[in-house]
Write a protein that binds this ligand. Sequence first.
Ligand code: ATR
Length: 289
Amino acid sequence: MAPTPNVIPRAFVAGWPVAHSLSPILHGHWLKRYRIDGSYEAVPVEPGRIAEFLAGLADSGYCGGNITIPHKEAAFAVAARLTPAATAIGAVNTVWLESGILRGDNTDAYGFSANLDAQAPQWRNRTGRSLILGAGGAARAIVFALRQTGFDDIVIVNRTRERAGTLAEEFGAPCRVADWDNAAALLRDADLLVNTTSLGMTGQPLLSLALDDAPAHLVVADIVYMPLETDLLVDARARGLTAVDGLGMLLHQAVPGFERWFKKKPVVDETLRAVMLEAAAKRHKDHRG
Ligand code: ATR
């Protein structure tokens, strides 16, 4: 009998545009580190064409990959089997083929929780009130994660209140909406504060939220990682609060995909953080010309 040829696992990130994606650097680092004979490449897929791309996955030799903007909702609609996280969040960022069936997951909630577990493990001991700033795609994943963790009160605050209302309604109790004007006062009894908006990101307006009334045990997480130390985190640290940066979520959300495609659970460590920080800074510089 002829030996089965060794198939080199190939994975991708599909998006539009996709050239700026940091995922090839992240997965490329792990492939090298674990000496895995595999590949991970950026594939530009035009808006409206992700279903076609995913339908041809097996023929193109890919075992799976990441889905990024603007295709996450379309991939959700196309995947034949979804994880509970993807179902609840309504978007897919990770796909893989299993016995020829296209499966979809959303690993952002996992990435958020795993990052807090690494940077502020005490967060699981106080699960009373959490205050979420923003109501976009990232907020959806984080609200799902907080419900799973068992928070008693999940308060969503957003510039466009209606969007926060839709999110709170979809997830149901204990999610509710509050006004920006009340955010500072709500912090008095909060255990966790998460910024999921783009405020504070390089080139974006600053996030203005007074932390004066925050309790000493408050954990403050920002999903912005450019800059790594946002003004919100600097302020939190100056007050002795625990501050968690956004780079970790980006790194941890990549773990389940890599494990599925390449059959090895990768580790998020300081070396990887340094590689990714440098890459992010370079991308930013190139982007600004
Ligand atoms: P993502 O998928 O990364 O969460 P998004 O869906 O575009 O991105 O959501 C961005 C979030 O940042 C939203 O909550 C947005 O508020 P709106 O729903 O009102 O648009 C918030 N955001 C962006 N710019 C903002 C600004 N200048 N002031 C306040 N909120 C802002």
